[in-house]
Design a protein around this ligand. Structure first.
Ligand SMILES: C[S@@+](CC[C@H](N)C(=O)[O-])C[C@H]1O[C@@H](n2cnc3c(N)ncnc32)[C@H](O)[C@@H]1O
Length: 314
């Protein structure tokens, strides 16, 4: 196992601006790369959440390096308000979210996230609940096709869903290798060279872990917890997530495209002053040096939002 190379690490720390005495939350602890850098950047306290029990267990070493400053919390960042509330934290000076899976999860064949290694078709970050095999072997053909199309942006979703139904009639699909072979057998080669199973695996992983729902809940909770001057920094790796982050931040900063019918300001003609401002009007992307060292970084996009000091927001 190679460990996890944090993406856009310098940019995350430069944007979060950790300060001495501050209280921060890393909603996606993973291999602890961001967490270690936050704790090194200032004498601050960090609550680090991860829904994967293996990530939390690995974090014990880092917690020992920063006695009393790193608090590991097993759970979902979508439940951040409750998880931190239970620990007496009602406001934060910054939140960071590094979405998706870690290299630890991808590289461990028995977690079933990767089509590159054969393993059980699992994909559950929490190791509990419905697995990818449960979905693949039970969903009706139409629902399966819709899932692959909406969560994987897979153009060949209908063809793949049909092939899955045919294959599972012979025997349940229980391994990553079998699913990848089924997908590859009915799809044309991608000119960009990406594996033809990529989109289907992405779709299943997002569905199994309700990743988009988590992003929506996590952003709302984080924005609510930010103290004036506090920053929310998010790194996303695919367009579905990035679109949610972009829209959420634009709306919070009062830059929503087109007023909603339900927006009370549409009646008064006066916009309520925004309580947040966009720190990154355009997302930060990794440079060529980082992308060539770490191919996973290539699709990373960093966006950040700041809660305005009360006097500016009023
Ligand atoms: C890309 S990795 C984070 C890597 C980390 N920034 C580092 O430097 O090592 C994402 C991590 O977030 C966790 N995760 C994903 N969605 C989550 C959620 N909704 N709640 C909590 N943890 C989540 C995954 O289990 C994984 O460990």
């Amino acid at each position: 196992m190679s460990g996890h190379l944090p993406v856009l690490l310098d940019e995350v720390i430069a944007t979060l601006q950790p300060r001495n005495g501050g209280i921060y939350c890393d909603g996606t602890f993973g291999g602890g790369g961001y967490a270690a850098a936050v704790l090194e950047a200032a004498t601050c306290t960090l609550y680090a959440i991860d829904r994967d029990p293996a990530a939390i267990a690995r974090g014990a070493t880092l917690a020992a390096r920063f006695p009393g400053r790193l608090h590991l919390v097993e759970g979902r960042f979508g439940d951040m308000l409750a998880l931190l509330g239970e620990r007496g934290v009602a406001a934060l000076d910054g939140v960071v979210l590094d979405l998706g899976v870690s290299s630890f999860q991808l590289d461990e064949a028995e977690r079933g996230f990767s089509f590159r290694a054969d393993g059980p078709l699992d994909m559950r970050m929490e190791r509990a609940g419905q697995s990818a095999a449960d979905l693949v072997n039970s969903l009706p053909e139409g629902e399966l096709a819709d899932l692959l199309y909406t969560l994987g942006e897979e153009r060949h979703s209908r063809r793949i869903a049909r092939a899955i139904l045919r294959a599972r009639a012979e025997a349940p699909i229980e391994t990553t290798a079998r699913l990848a072979d089924i997908v590859r057998a009915v799809t044309p080669r991608d000119p960009s060279g990406i594996d033809r199973a990529t989109r289907s695996f992405q779709a299943l992983r997002i569905a199994v872990n309700d990743e988009l729902g988590e992003v929506e809940r996590g952003l709302a909770a984080a924005a609510q917890l930010l103290a004036p001057g506090g920053r929310l920094v998010v790194v996303a790796f695919h367009s579905l997530e990035d679109r949610i982050v972009k829209r959420f931040m634009a709306e919070a900063a009062g830059r929503a495209p087109g007023a909603s019918r339900h927006d009370p300001t549409a009646l008064t003609g006066r916009a309520a002053p925004a309580a947040y401002r966009l720190v990154t009007p355009r997302p930060l992307r990794p440079g060529e040096a980082e992308s060539s060292k770490n191919p996973r970084a290539r699709s990373g996009r960093l966006r950040a939002l700041e809660r305005l000091p009360i006097r500016d927001a009023a």
